[in-house]
Design a protein around this ligand. Structure first.
Ligand SMILES: [Zn+2]
Length: 386
């Protein structure tokens, strides 16, 4: 095991960056110094709306192809019920039984460390053909609006021929994930005293019928399938209504979460949801839907020369298990689609299932494999090595 790379990962874990609050100044500065020391051109930038959410962008070489390595530097915070469950200090970077433990160790500091090792390798070459960019992004764990989306919208990131978004794919090549549509449904009725409920209009009873219809819609969605991302879903997650048992409630609200598979049109999905709720006979109550918020899906074809080269580098290490696969959680990839002239993939060590809990860890051999694959790929793409 290369102690250098373990030490680098340990130091990233030792720079805590829980979000909230999302203060990434220490870790972004650490990454910036490391990249400056190897000769990269480095910028650190933060959105005016959240000056502590510092991002680092490091660049080597110029011209084409342009390849982006992207990892987020914020982590989820340590949850209240999680604090007592850690068997080691979550910010020490303890190595035990071939794994490095710590908050953010696998999500997303191991992919970041592999990418930093790749930058170091590239910086040591005299003849770099093309441009290599490392983006260490803030705000991913809260949706990326003030992180990667802001960086892309403000022109801090160039168009790229290939983008690697570091997340937990067990080193498989992931090329799609679902998007999310959130919305709120309201039913309105008429409040009266519960001694004579028939004089009123019960908004909760009306909503019960709407919820049944939404569940039926969820079941019908199973017929739609994406080969890697699975089926769309519709979940009613929150219900509110009424204030006391002795009155007929005049209002009820539910919040729903509709997962979209790649190629689903968000406007079409909104129209479907509207159609579903209006197909229910709730008269004389009324029903409406609003507060639509969506985050996009992501999908890549992996049909470029560069994409095939990456896949072959992964196959060299993992054989037939290389992928392509889908990725269940969302990622910052959704904010980068506008920059991708070629393929974009999600790739990194470990599983998202160990990512957000106590004793988060990364198996060092898997982390080392990630680094090896990145080095092999970049050598083939940027330094003419076959
Ligand atoms: Zn992540």
């Amino acid at each position: 095991m290369d102690m250098d790379s373990v030490e680098l990962l340990r130091q990233l874990v030792q720079n805590p960056s829980p979000n909230p609050p999302g203060d990434t100044q220490a870790i972004a500065t650490f990454v910036a110094r490391q990249m400056q020391a190897i000769g990269c051109e480095v910028r650190t930038v933060a959105p005016p709306a959240k000056p502590v959410a510092l991002n680092t962008i490091a660049s080597l070489g110029e011209g084409e192809p342009t390849i982006m390595l992207h990892a987020h530097i914020d982590t989820v915070p340590i949850a209240k019920n999680e604090a007592g469950k850690w068997s080691v200090d979550p910010y020490a970077g303890v190595v035990q039984d071939g794994a490095l433990y710590g908050k953010g160790s696998v999500d997303d500091k191991a992919p970041l460390a592999s990418m930093m090792m790749a930058m170091r390798d590239a910086a040591g070459q005299d003849s770099l053909r093309g441009r290599l960019i490392l983006v260490a992004a803030a705000e991913e764990e809260v949706g990326g609006q003030l992180g990667s989306k802001w960086l892309a919208d403000e022109g801090y990131l160039p168009a790229c021929d290939f983008i690697i978004v570091g997340e937990q794919t067990a080193n498989r090549v992931a090329i799609s994930h679902k998007g999310v549509m959130r919305a709120t449904v309201h039913t309105r009725g008429k409040a009266v005293h519960a001694t004579n409920p028939d004089r009123g209009i019960n908004a909760i009873v009306a909503m019960a019928r709407v919820i049944e219809a939404l569940h039926g819609y969820h079941q019908r969605l199973a017929a739609r399938k994406h080969p890697l991302a699975g089926s769309p879903t519709c979940n009613v997650g929150v219900i509110e209504g009424g204030s006391t048992a002795n009155a007929v409630p005049d209002a009820c609200h539910v919040m729903l979460d509709r997962r979209m598979i790649p190629r689903e049109d968000p406007l079409q999905v909104q129209a479907e949801l509207s159609e579903v709720i209006h197909s229910v006979d709730v008269a004389p109550a009324t029903v409406s839907i609003d507060s639509f918020v969506h985050s996009p899906w992501f999908d890549s074809a992996l049909d470029s020369e560069t994409g095939r080269t990456f896949l072959s580098c992964v196959r060299h290490e993992l054989g037939g298990e290389a992928g392509p696969v889908g990725y269940l959680p969302g990622s910052d990839a959704k904010h980068l689609t506008g920059l991708a002239r070629g393929d974009m993939i999600i790739f990194g060590p470990g599983s998202y299932e160990v990512a957000h809990g106590a004793d988060e860890h990364v198996v060092l051999s898997e982390y080392q494999t990630t680094t090896r694959i990145l080095l092999k790929f970049l050598r083939r793409m940027l330094y003419h090595e076959q």
